[in-house]
Design a protein around this ligand. Structure first.
Ligand code: FCB
Length: 471
């Protein structure tokens, strides 16, 4: 195996930290109230982070360069064997979590991968990455699987491939006009190829886990995709079709193969030869290859029909293939209040509608909300934002919306706040603050915001209701 020398700490990793508490109360029906007791006893609450976004120490302890180091710093190269310090680092985290009664949910690959693999193969564009990924996943199952029972193979292949290979805003910065101005790339096909390799890599790792680790270790394995909800822009058939296409090209693109073994019919229809094909063996490998769906949900958009209307004025807002676009306002009225990430709006009802749709399309699969979170629109230095009432209201309203979907039958098993603490928000750097904990960027001191206290009380307190007003 070529990558006998993968460094542990340089591939991956995001941790969803899970805190659980037991309660025996009836489900509340009032819509303006959200309580712990509205959710089943074994429902899981937690917070989420990812390695590259919080760890720092980019060339310490034997870690070598990854794609984000090169993208955000200057080119270089330094490769090595499996890094014992990396293993020790994650062993310590896992052991300490368990010691505190916190159950880890681990994502094996969250956007960062060894620069060596970018240089050698062109990253996820190459099918070689499938074997490299499986090698790395195997290492994680072997080293941590005795204690880690909840695995996500890959974080957001749908977002990563669009940014890295369609818009060129993530490493390896590949794209073509009109979607972006990069030195190389093809925005029409490369995101599809990269996602194809990620899906097959996932399925191969799951097969390995199920055959060699699951029987002994008894864990579960899923994959996480980003999923917005889409509302029709106008009240006509074309708009409803645009909603369907938006879902197909953004969400079903990832989960249809993992559950049914093939890409959604709408993608096959519109993309034709541009869409890679799965072989018969791959179809069998992919079908049913997740124990649960992981959803990162942040916002809702109006879906634009780029065929029959002139609404799609900007390529910036077009989905893969360019057949649909998205808007944040209709007739000058925004779909919801603003957040710090450009285009994100607060639309709590989107959570329920998204979950209802997922439950119809994938009726037998459990769902975890692996990320849901709020960042204020205007970044302010210092402690002014410690009293983060809007973030609390955000979570209360989204939780209430999630609970409505659950009452209608959505099999949601857990909810993780993004994020445990302020971190490095990829190309938006340090000016976006998603944390329940405020991090002073100079001293690294962490201070709980009001939302951290609220979430702690919410999880611990089954009866006390926290009344919410709507946005
Ligand atoms: C998600 C990413 C996560 C973080 C949040 C805000 O798309 O998975 O790393 O950047 O968005």
């Amino acid at each position: 195996m070529l990558l006998q020398k993968t460094l542990l700490s340089f591939f991956f990793f995001s941790l969803l930290l899970l805190v659980q508490s037991k309660h025996n109360h009836e489900v509340e029906e009032e819509e303006e109230v959200v309580t712990r007791s509205m959710f089943p006893d074994d429902f899981i609450f937690g917070v989420a982070t990812s390695a590259y976004q919080i760890e720092g120490a980019y060339l310490e302890d034997g870690k070598s360069l990854n794609n984000w180091d090169v993208f955000t710093h200057h080119p270089g190269g330094r490769f090595g064997e499996i890094n014992p310090s990396g293993l020790m680092f994650y062993n310590n985290i896992i052991d300490n979590l368990l010691l505190k009664g916190i159950e880890p949910f681990v994502t094996i690959h969250h956007f960062d991968l060894p620069q060596e693999l970018e240089d050698r193969y062109g990253g996820w564009l190459s099918p070689h990455m499938q074997e490299e990924y499986v090698y790395f996943a195997k290492l994680c199952f072997e080293k941590f699987g005795d204690r880690v029972k909840n695995w996500m193979t890959i974080n957001e292949p749908n977002v990563f491939t669009q940014f890295a290979y369609m818009r060129g805003t993530f490493p390896p910065r590949r794209c073509s006009l009109p979607f972006g101005n990069c030195s190389a790339g093809n925005s029409d096909v490369e995101p599809l190829i990269a996602a194809h390799n990620m899906l097959i890599a996932h399925a191969k790792a799951v097969k390995l886990y199920r055959n060699h680790f699951q029987p002994k270790q008894g864990g579960i394995v899923g994959l996480t995709a980003n999923a917005f909800h889409y509302e029709p822009y106008t009240n006509d058939e074309f708009s409803y079709q645009a909603v369907e296409r938006s879902y197909a090209f953004n969400v079903d693109w990832i989960f249809d193969p993992l559950i049914y073994g093939n890409y959604p019919a709408l993608m096959r229809k519109y993309l034709g030869k541009d869409l890679p094909k799965f072989s018969k063996e791959e179809v069998e490998l992919l079908k049913g290859s997740i124990d649960f769906i992981g959803i990162n949900h942040y916002s809702t958009f109006y879906a634009l029909d780029c065929f029959n209307s002139n609404d799609c004025t900007s390529t910036e807002n077009r989905a893969i293939g360019g057949y649909t676009g998205r808007a944040i306002a209709r007739n000058g009225i925004p779909i919801g209040d603003e957040m710090g990430v450009f285009g994100f709006r607060i639309v709590p009802y989107g959570m329920e509608k998204l979950l209802n749709r997922l439950s119809l399309r994938y009726p037998n699969t459990s769902i975890y909300i692996t990320e849901n979170g709020y960042c204020p629109p205007n970044y302010q230095e210092g402690t002014e934002l410690l009293q983060d009432f809007t973030r609390i209201k955000f979570h209360q309203t989204y939780l209430a919306s999630m609970s409505k979907a659950m009452r209608k039958g959505a099999k949601v098993k857990g909810y993780f706040v993004w994020s445990f603490m302020d971190n490095f928000e990829w190309i938006q750097g340090y000016n976006i603050t998603f944390g329940l904990y405020y991090v002073d960027r100079n001293t690294m001191k962490r201070t709980p915001r009001l939302s951290a206290k609220w979430f702690k009380d919410f999880i611990a307190n089954g009866e006390k209701s926290s009344t919410i007003s709507t946005f």
